[in-house]
Design a protein around this ligand. Structure first.
Ligand SMILES: Cc1cc2nc3c(=O)[nH]c(=O)nc-3n(C[C@H](O)[C@H](O)[C@H](O)COP(=O)(O)O)c2cc1C
Length: 150
């Protein structure tokens, strides 16, 4: 069964709301035959990445970059999964107080190096997520999961 892996760093209630919406969208009963697995960025392994077929990445913007936890995830899996995961789809959500640009740029650069394919619009949220933001997160999860349907 195809598997969607959500790798998330969720250190605050606002990120929790976004993560839960992504998970709910990915787990929509209308999307059949896709297994959804979630790992905190600090616990996700190269094997988790290799065993999945697509990815959703979620991180806060910290100091103009992705969180240290998400950076550590990429540091640990980049070479072990390189080539084996080329071409796989990914989605991204980022939460910040005011500027998520650096985090997005960094993740776009790394995923480009890995050969992953952006399968949905990024969801970028500043401050408290609105109803529309939460809907966009739900759609992000749903889109990635649907991409993996047989
Ligand atoms: C050390 C630190 C650096 C941060 N740097 C940024 C930043 O560069 N850009 C930004 O938009 N938000 C920044 N933030 C805000 C975080 O992204 C925000 O706290 C996180 O997404 C959780 O959101 P919440 O506290 O509103 O729930 C920073 C927060 C901390 C603690």
């Amino acid at each position: 069964m195809p598997r969607l892996l959500i790798v998330q760093h969720t250190p605050s209630p606002n990120l929790r709301v976004m993560y839960e919406a992504v998970l709910a969208g990915a787990s929509d009963p209308a999307i059949e035959g896709v297994q959804v697995v979630s790992r905190p960025a600090l616990g996700a392994t190269a094997m988790d990445v290799l065993e999945a077929d697509g990815y959703v990445l979620g991180t806060p913007a910290n100091l103009g970059y992705m969180s240290g936890a998400m950076k550590l995830f990429f540091d640990q899996v980049y070479y072990p999964v390189l080539d084996a995961t080329r071409g796989r789809p990914f989605g991204l959500y980022v939460h910040g107080n005011n500027d998520t640009t650096g985090a997005v740029r960094a993740i776009e650069g790394i995923t480009k190096g890995m050969g992953w394919t952006r399968a949905a619009e990024h969801v970028l949220v500043a401050g408290e997520p609105t109803t529309a933001d939460i809907g966009a997160c739900r759609e992000l999860g749903g889109t990635l999961a649907a991409t993996l349907m047989d």
